[in-house]
Design a protein around this ligand. Structure first.
Ligand code: AOF
Ligand code: ZN
Length: 345
């Protein structure tokens, strides 16, 4: 059984992991080292692929004090030599006596650290605050378990769900505050996906920008992905030098996600128009919906989503997670309620 002291140390390890920016394609991981009587020796966190893992980071701060310590980690220590060495081994070499972790590593190539540690005689406890840890890496977890990226679909519409007027004009339905809010989400995903139609119609930049609207450095940008069969002339902004761009000549959502998974993309931010969003929706490939509803009505024009629904039982429930005012707009965050959908099927 994990003690109260260990559980509260796990909360601090989760905070350490949360305090880090985007780590994709890797998960966010934190680690706290405790003396046998529960005093904190060191805190570590993982800062992204290619940098040291949380356990190794904590051990490097602790030095010789790690001998006999308890390691509290938000993810099962890895058992593989990937971009860096195996953490299970590093914990053994540091002389750690007990390991408490939250989420079991769903990445089969890295998992198995618990078994290795137990075989070496270490006292190991799994699943402490496991749900919180899994929630922290929700997108990464889905990506490594299913082999396709997590997809968040974002749209901005009037209260009657219109994203454009009948003449096609669509700028700007949501407020500047909502558009700024979108930037924080873009920064958390590792690819921004639209169709060629959106590029040709709106010429968006699809970059992650700071509060002053300057693009972040190239290395901090998400991959811009344009799917579809129309050619994009070179003067379009998506082809500029501010961020990497990938053109995929396919209209098939599953095929595109597969190609993105091959590039270790874990979280796709889908900003496509109604038809592209509809194709993902029909295929069951939307995991989260973020809608910005502006306090206005149009009464005509395209709806946010064009699916293959024909009758009311085709309606699919959304489980709401959050409802917040962003400036004058309403932001709704939810996910398709898969359990209820299976009941209907
Ligand atoms: C840990 N501690 O802090 C992290 C872990 O190839 P790499 O070195 O980048 O490793 C990536 C995999 O290692 C990742 O998919 C996940 O399974 C695990 N991440 N493990 O023990 C950490 N970031
Ligand atoms: Zn590791």
């Amino acid at each position: 059984m994990a003690s109260e002291i260990e559980i509260s140390a796990m909360r601090r390890a989760l905070d350490a992991a949360r305090g880090v920016g985007r780590t994709l394609p890797n998960p966010r991981v934190g680690c706290v080292l405790l003396t046998p009587d529960g005093r904190e020796i060191a805190v570590g966190a993982h800062h992204g692929a290619g940098t040291r893992h949380a356990e190794v980071d904590a051990i490097s701060h602790a030095g010789a004090a790690a001998r006999g310590a308890t390691a509290i980690v938000t993810l099962e220590p890895c058992n593989h030599r990937g971009r860096t060495g195996p953490c299970a081994q590093a914990l053994l070499e540091a002389g750690v006596a007990r390991v408490v972790f939250a989420q079991t590593d769903p990445d089969r190539s890295a998992a198995g650290g618990a078994t290795t540690l137990r075989a070496a005689g270490i006292d190991v406890e799994a699943g402490v605050l496991g749900e919180e840890a899994t929630e922290l890496n929700r997108e990464w977890t889905l990506a490594v378990t299913t082999g396709r990226p997590f997809v968040t679909w974002k749209y901005a519409a009037t209260l009657d769900g219109r994203i454009a007027a009948p003449d096609g004009t669509s700028r700007w339905i949501s407020s500047e505050a909502a558009r700024r809010d979108v930037q924080t989400f873009r920064a958390e995903s590792d690819a921004i996906l639209v169709g060629t139609g959106t590029i040709l119609a709106d010429d968006p930049r699809l970059t992650v920008r700071d509060t002053a609207d300057h693009p972040l450095p190239y290395e901090k940008q998400a991959l811009r992905v344009v799917m579809g069969e129309s050619a994009i002339p070179s003067q379009y902004r998506v082809l500029d030098e501010t961020a990497p761009t990938l053109l995929i000549q396919s209209r098939d959502p599953a095929d595109v996600l597969h190609q993105l998974a091959d590039r270790e993309i874990r979280h796709v931010w889908l900003e496509g128009g109604p038809r592209l969003a509809g194709a993902f929706w029909n295929a069951g490939l939307i995991d989260r919906v973020i809608g910005y509803l502006a306090p206005s009505l149009l009464g005509a024009g395209r709806a946010a989503l064009e699916s293959d629904a024909t009758t009311l039982t085709d309606k699919r429930p959304i489980e709401l997670h959050d409802l917040t005012m962003i400036g004058p707009d309403i932001r709704i965050i939810g996910s398709p309620d898969r359990a209820q959908r299976e009941d209907v099927d």
